[in-house]
Design a binder for this molecule. Structure first.
Ligand code: SAM
Length: 326
């Protein structure tokens, strides 16, 4: 069996699959002017997603995250979940969402086979939420989190991008929220992408500052399991929730890389901050192409680099995270 393994003996059990570039939010760090359609793009169809997932699963992938853009904007999103969840070998189907349709659809997604949800909430202050995301929908998103917990998701992960001057002083408020809620709150360090101007210099804060505060408050770091992703996770006996820190600028961040990305147009990206994507779409038209697809995936992995080059200020060709599925 061909396996998804690179030259550094890293294995890739985790696929992040973007199902659309379109987003209805205008997050300052991602699409500050909103999604700008460039002609009519045709995103991967359900049949193409089925073939792609089958090929990845046959090479050892067991977890798929559906992302975008905003994945729930696709009318056939529930069918996509079902298709991925029913692929032999796939054990976990997760999604990352801005949460705006979650209150209505969390139950349906759960029934379709979704096993985990990450939702973005950059601030617990509705006005700051509006300022950062360009959308006045804080209460809808919070209702969506409640709906997800009621629908049976045992833990919901919440992503907050850390931004100096906007939400970097909100730790106390976030902590009191997770005291009695089974939320894993993940602070993501702002990453510099191609389209970003001076925003990065203005707002970037190191996650290490939060780590220092957490340790000071008696939070303890969890041991990492072999297969864990790059988040450093902290727990506290008095809190039902947990804190995760995602610090892409930290040393050794890439050593635990276990993920590959496929864009909504069917390009394989070996790194979020890589320079190019390997086109897979010509091998997604017919079930009989699975052997060639497996071979292309295996060949592509030879080029995966040990690490990204963010430290050197090189953020690759990624204009923003929505464009290849953050
Ligand atoms: N629309 C969905 C959402 O809002 O979660 C999924 C796509 S979004 C691109 C995925 C995640 O990437 C979100 O949690 C978002 O906050 C994060 N993100 C986007 N741009 C980022 C950046 N420049 N630095 C750090 N995180 C970023």
């Amino acid at each position: 069996m061909l396996e998804l393994e690179d030259a550094f003996a890293r294995k890739f059990q985790y696929l992040r699959l973007s199902v659309t570039d379109v987003c209805n939010f205008k997050c300052q760090y991602c699409l500050p002017d909103g999604y700008q359609p460039e002609g009519r793009k045709s995103f991967l169809t359900v049949a193409e997603i089925a073939r792609l997932t089958r090929a990845f699963a046959s090479m050892g992938t067991s977890k798929v995250r559906l992302t975008g853009g905003e994945p729930s904007l696709r009318k056939d999103f529930t069918q996509i979940i079902e298709t991925v969840a029913n692929t032999p070998g796939i054990e976990k189907v997760a999604m990352t969402t801005n949460g705006y349709r979650m209150a209505k659809l969390a139950h349906e997604w759960r029934q379709a086979g979704l096993t985990a949800i990450n939702v973005s909430v950059d601030s617990l202050d509705p006005r700051m939420f509006h300022q950062i995301t360009g959308q006045n929908r804080f209460h809808e998103v919070m209702a969506g989190i409640d709906a997800a917990l009621t629908a049976g998701f045992s833990q919901v992960k919440v992503n907050a991008v850390l931004m100096r001057g906007l939400n970097d002083n909100d730790l106390e408020q976030f902590l009191s929220w997770i005291k009695h809620n089974p939320i894993q709150l993940r602070f993501i360090e702002l990453m510099k992408t191609g389209e970003m101007d001076e925003l990065f210099d203005r707002h970037h804060v190191r996650g290490a500052l939060i780590k220092t505060q957490l340790l000071h408050l008696g939070w303890q770091q969890k041991m990492r399991a072999f297969n864990d992703g790059p988040a450093e996770v902290f727990y506290h006996p008095d809190y039902q929730g947990e804190i995760g820190l995602i610090m892409p600028y930290a040393k050794d961040f890439c050593a635990s890389c276990n993920r590959l990305r496929v864009s909504s147009l069917g390009k394989l990206h070996l790194c979020l901050f890589g320079d190019y994507g390997v086109d897979l779409r010509d091998l997604l038209t017919d079930d009989s192409q699975i052997g060639s697809l497996q071979q292309r995936l295996s060949d592509a992995l030879v080029d995966k680099k040990a690490t990204h080059f963010l430290h050197e200020g090189h953020s690759g060709m990624t204009p923003n995270l929505a464009s290849i599925g953050g």
